[in-house]
Design a protein around this ligand. Structure first.
Ligand SMILES: [Fe+2]
Ligand SMILES: [Fe+2]
Length: 490
């Protein structure tokens, strides 16, 4: 985080804390139109808006005498420590540890006043924290009742009902739940679509459209969250997971280059359908662990055409369908048109086709496959892709994609100059790509444990970075699985 941003976050955090302490007192003695009350309400609202910028949820909590906004510690200063002491007393009286505020577009004064009254009323309840949590459930504000930072583990179900864990820190749990639902729905929609098409049953575009629409909404709320879902790997259900991941990566890339929601939706649908034709390739070939013979390869190379044929059988408006056919047809063609299916065309690939090709390449390389049980690391995958940038992949879009994935993708192990080892949890959008957030790993009973969440942009009093990266490794180099480490509960 830049110094200026850190300062504005600290100031807004402090304003938020002070107004939170004052409003419950003021509401007791003043009418809502009282000048001081209105001013304090304004400070509270302005602080929320500053802290919401770039985030969809906001958590403000005290932990071991320090104040954290969205799980990042505010840099200490004299006035902040006074505010923290007051906020601690305020929270201790109510027996919870902070607040979580969900971003809302137009937050009415009445809603804030109602929330403040509830915050007062909980004091007279035998269990203030759980009373307030129940009272505010489903609303824009809620008390934080877990003492420690917790990683939420949410289970996603795929089309066959199998559950797999997805992790998210508590601060973005609500959004994570929504994103998880979209992901599992997308998996079941694509699996259902395949089954119906195989049985010759009519298939409507409405379900896939709804699921992609949900994901687009999620993308505009929290890009990082959706992007991280794309790291889900399911070896048994490779084609479905791959299709959803390619859709997510394509939509994220589309957003990065400034496409609008409608365009991203079309792109997402086309990406979701890009490998529909794989079902028409004999399963023995899909599962083959050795190299294809020339004849076998010729069969596999037909799958983009099979995808087109399957898409043609989906009931949809013609204008939309015509847009959905092209990227699946083009995704293995290459920007130099030397790929497959063989084509005499001279016109260049469409934008959506180029985007889907990049996402497809990346997800295929970073997934375990029958012929490659250990996946290639994200860095290696990007390296491999950069070698075919300009021939198979669009060089300009590749630059944007590399930037999007980050220099240190989620799950990368970092050797730090503080003699610590970290595992990357995220690189916030707009933050220094070379200084991600990571969990420090502790060695405990001979095993690795996930420790404190640290921000590598954090500086000490002298303005020097607290931690610097010496080297990075992919966990698979040590036979480790990043999700095993990221999923550990504290
Ligand atoms: Fe493909
Ligand atoms: Fe694919």
């Amino acid at each position: 985080m830049s110094d200026a941003k850190q300062d504005s976050t600290t100031k807004a955090g402090e304003d938020l804390a002070m107004s939170l302490i004052r409003l419950p007192q003021l509401v007791k003695i003043h009418q809502p139109n009282n000048k001081i009350f209105v001013e304090t309400l304004g400070v509270f609202r302005a602080a929320l808006e500053t802290l919401w910028a770039g985030n969809d949820t906001l958590s403000a909590r005290i932990h071991r005498g320090r104040m954290y906004i969205n799980e990042r510690r505010l840099s200490p200063n004299q006035t902040l420590s006074v505010t923290i002491t007051k906020l601690m007393e305020f929270l201790e009286a109510r027996k919870f540890f902070g607040f979580r505020f969900l971003k809302v577009d137009s937050l009415q004064d009445e809603a804030i006043v109602e929330f403040i009254r509830d915050v007062n009323q909980c004091l007279s309840q035998p269990e203030p924290a759980s009373w307030l949590a129940a009272r505010l459930e489903g609303g824009w504000a809620s008390p934080i009742i877990d003492k420690d930072f917790k990683i939420s583990i949410v289970m996603a179900q795929d089309g066959s009902g199998k559950a797999r864990p997805i992790i998210w820190n508590a601060g973005i749990r609500t959004l994570a739940m929504k994103a998880r639902k979209s992901y599992s729905r997308a998996l079941s929609v694509i699996a259902g679509l395949n089954d119906k098409l195989s049985d010759g049953q009519p298939v409507n575009i409405s379900k896939p459209r709804r699921v992609v629409q949900d994901m687009v909404e999620g993308l505009f709320q929290n890009e990082n969250l959706l992007l991280s879902l794309s790291t889900i790997r399911d070896y048994d259900d490779y084609t479905c997971t791959h299709s959803v991941n390619v859709a997510i990566l394509s939509m994220c890339l589309g957003k990065r280059i400034g496409l609008g929601k409608i365009q991203i939706m079309t792109l997402g649908l086309a990406a979701l359908f890009h490998d529909l034709g794989k079902v028409d390739v004999p399963i023995e070939l899909i599962r083959k662990t050795s190299k294809f013979t020339q004849e076998e390869y010729e069969v596999v190379k037909n799958h983009p055409l099979y995808s087109v044929i399957r898409i043609l059988r989906i009931n949809s408006e013609h204008t939309l369908k015509s847009k959905l056919l092209i990227p699946p047809y083009e995704h293995h063609l290459g920007v130099d048109l030397s790929g497959y299916p063989p084509s005499d065309r001279t016109s260049s690939l469409t934008l959506y086709g180029r985007i889907v090709a990049i996402s497809d390449h990346y997800d295929a390389l970073t997934s375990s496959r029958s012929y490659r049980p250990v996946p290639i690391s994200p860095e290696q995958a990007l390296d491999i892709m950069l070698q075919v940038s300009g021939t198979q992949l669009d060089p300009l879009l590749m630059k944007v994609f590399v930037n999007m994935i980050g220099i240190y993708p989620v799950g990368t192990l970092l050797l730090l100059d503080s003699h610590e080892v970290g595992i990357v949890s995220e690189t916030p959008a707009g933050a220094d790509q070379g200084r991600p957030m990571c969990f420090v790993l502790d060695f405990d009973d001979g095993g690795l444990k996930r420790g404190e969440l640290v921000d590598l942009t954090e500086k000490d009093m002298g303005g020097r970075f607290r931690r610097n990266i010496l080297r990075c490794f992919h966990p698979s180099e040590f036979g480790l699985n990043p999700s095993d480490l990221l999923l550990q509960t504290a």
